[in-house]
Ligand binder design. Structure first.
Ligand SMILES: Cc1ncc(C[n+]2csc(CCOP(=O)(O)OP(=O)(O)O)c2C)c(N)n1
Ligand SMILES: CC(=O)[C@@H](O)[C@H](O)COP(=O)(O)O
Ligand SMILES: [Mg+2]
Length: 624
């Protein structure tokens, strides 16, 4: 029974509660999050880890006057619950419901729409600068995780914030985890800060004593300063952050509400940027999530008692097919290297990591670096497979242009979660990759119709002498039986799956099978469609497509991608370039809008990208 939580409609209500009452509230918040996510799924472990931090922030600060920016935003469920969204919380991540991330359109307490990592310090700095320009007296706090701190953008922002010296607080929520184990030198450095408390004690004691020495003239003062400076290097303190121009506070126990409150108050008083290092536990309060934070980072619905997932999947996912195919290819080819940007489980590279640890690289949340590191490997005769979600590849656009394509480096971009990803919503839909890759010279762009073709495309890609990309969907593949052998495909060759006189359907990737099924139903109504599995967005099978277009005169293109600049646009361009402007072309895909959250099948249905939608569209074209 909720005693406090249901009555909290804004952070102001929190301020009326005593510490003991706030403590009880943390329990209620955790229960509510666990209960809701057991039904909806979502980012459980991260959210459970910041409950005290959230209450401390909202009791010390005065939101919405003061601004709290959550990095990535996947940990902001407690924030949502106490900022007027308690009653809507069961709609979390559902179609039409509350977003799983902060959304400015949802609340006056959300200041930045997030989902992608490492943006918080930059945005917070911009807001701190704006406050100064406008003579406004408000605090700005960025809350960033240790994983998000591996992103280059976070360091660009620290660098600049320290230089500007504006009042800004960065709360570093250090739970020693990204989605998987956190990686890199910064992560090791944070471990030192956490694990050498003796050295902190010494530093604090000596500083205290030095401050007691009366400042008789500049000489002693300078000596004291120099000793203190030297001390920073002697002991492990937050020296790295201090060198960036920040005052370092911590490390503190991020679950000790009072300690966090006190340190936030201290930070408010300090001039210039402050970094408050809070140690938290991912999954706190729910043993299955605490024991297995990676599985409960983003979870599907689960049984509360055991933590067991309720999802039943009989057909393997495309990610699993990719993961096994890569293992098979790498077993025969020592040059194949796997790269992930902090998503070894999500991309299926975990298996590769276990089997070929010496050929596996987790670069942290650093997509740009992942791509250009791949270039270095490729230009040194290795065969890198850079495995990224479509939405996160957006981060590395220039690296693909300038480093991969310009030098024709044989890098394979394995683009997972391409198309509609579902409940993560706008920030994560992978619907732009054809558009931002298609115009880049030298790149070969493929998308498979089923699992066998994914395997074949992967082999084609790793053995191709130039840059390639293969994109595949989130979730289950088609369920076809796997061929004994993985075969290379001829670059730029499409496949005619069915011949018919009334219309030519040019489908690509995930849209091929629905188009084929639709064509069979249409045949029952006397409409005969040619169905082409286009396979390549670049190079297109020009000869085949021009021939079919001239013969039939009616084309329908179908893709799980933005229509602007996508596969259908490529067909239009090709027809126009060949003076075939009288061919009737219709295009199915995602219109010029950001795709909201919801289950994948709901979203596909909304845009007509399923069997029924295709049938309706063909009927309309034929009737017109
Ligand atoms: C640019 C980008 N790459 C990858 C991701 C996927 N991702 C989401 S959360 C996360 C880990 C974040 O770790 P941390 O900041 O420490 O937060 P925690 O979950 O530990 O609280 C990753 C890799 C992302 N959101 N954005
Ligand atoms: C917040 C974030 O970016 C990831 O946790 C993402 O939600 C993972 O998506 P998948 O569930 O598709 O792996
Ligand atoms: Mg973390």
């Amino acid at each position: 029974m909720s005693e406090y939580l249901s009555k909290i409609s804004s952070p102001q209500d929190l301020k009326k509660l005593s510490l003991d009452e706030l403590d009880e509230l943390t329990e209620e918040i955790r229960k509510k999050i666990i209960l809701t996510l057991s039904k909806t799924g979502g980012h459980l472990a991260s959210s459970l880890g910041v409950v005290e931090l959230t209450l401390a922030l909202h009791t010390v600060l005065d939101s919405p006057k003061d601004k709290i920016i959550w990095d990535v935003g996947h940990q902001a469920y407690a924030h949502k619950l106490i900022t007027g969204r308690y009653n809507k919380f069961s709609s979390l991540r559902q179609y039409g419901g509350l977003s799983g991330f902060p959304k400015r359109s949802e609340s006056e307490h959300d200041f930045l729409d997030t989902g992608h990592s490492s943006t918080s310090i930059s945005a917070a700095l911009g807001m701190a600068c704006a406050a100064e320009h406008k003579n406004e007296d408000n605090d700005v706090v960025a809350v960033i995780g240790d994983g998000a701190l591996t992103g280059g953008m976070a360091f660009e922002a620290l660098n600049h914030a320290g230089h500007l010296g504006k009042d800004l607080t960065v709360v570093l929520n250090d739970n020693e985890m990204s989605i998987a184990e956190n990686v890199g030198a910064i992560s090791n450095y944070l471990t030192k800060l956490r694990t050498e408390p003796m050295l902190h004690r010494i530093k604090e004691d000596v500083e205290y004593l030095l401050n007691k020495i009366p400042a008789i003239g500049g000489k002693v003062f300078n000596t004291v300063d120099r000793v203190k400076d030297g001390l920073k290097y002697l002991v492990v303190s937050g020296v790295l952050f201090e060198e960036f121009g920040f005052t370092y506070l911590g490390p503190i126990d991020g679950h000790d509400l009072e300690a966090v409150q006190e340190n936030l108050k201290r930070a408010k008083k300090i001039k210039g940027p402050v970094l408050l290092h809070a140690i938290t536990t991912k999954g706190k309060g729910y043993p299955p999530a605490k024991n297995s934070p990676t599985s409960f980072h983003g979870t599907s619905p689960f049984e509360i008692k055991t933590g067991k997932s309720k999802r039943k999947r009989e057909i393997p996912t495309y990610t699993e097919i990719f993961s096994d195919a890569l293992l098979e290819l790498a077993a025969e080819d020592n040059d194949i290297v796997g790269i992930t940007a902090a998503m070894p489980s999500g991309t299926g590279l975990n298996k590769f990591k276990n089997k070929f640890p010496e050929r596996f690289y987790d670069v942290g949340i650093a997509e740009q670096h992942a791509v250009t590191m791949g270039v270095g490997l490729a230009l040194s005769d290795m065969k890198p497979v850079v495995t990224l979600y479509s939405t996160f590849l957006q981060r590395a656009y220039d690296q693909v242009v300038h480093d991969v394509a310009l030098q024709e480096a044989p890098v394979t971009l394995a683009i997972d979660r391409a198309g509609l990803v579902g409940k993560d919503g706008e920030t994560h839909q992978g619907v732009f990759d054809y558009s931002f890759l298609r115009h880049i010279p030298n790149l070969t762009i493929m998308a498979p119709k089923d699992e066998n073709e994914l395997r074949n495309m992967l082999k084609t890609a790793v053995n191709h002498p130039g840059p390639t990309s293969v994109r595949y969907s989130r979730g289950s593949a088609i369920g076809v039986e796997l061929d004994d052998e993985i075969k290379e495909l001829e670059i730029g060759k499409a496949e005619v799956l069915r011949e018919g006189r009334d219309i030519v359907i040019l489908a690509i990737g995930s849209m091929v099978m629905p188009a084929l099924k639709a064509s069979k139903k249409l045949a029952d109504q006397g409409i005969e469609a040619t169905v082409v599995n286009s396979r390549f967005v670049k190079p297109l099978d020009k000869e085949l497509i021009l021939e079919l277009s001239k013969k039939c005169g009616k084309i329908l293109t179908i893709e799980e991608q933005a229509l602007q600049g996508g596969f259908g646009s490529a067909i239009l361009e090709m027809l126009s370039d060949n003076d075939l402007n009288d061919i009737q072309v219709s295009r199915m895909g995602i219109p010029d809008e950001f795709v909201k959250q919801g289950a994948q099948d709901i979203l596909l249905g909304k845009y007509g990208l399923n069997q029924t939608g295709i049938i309706n569209r063909v009927l309309k074209i034929i009737e017109d």
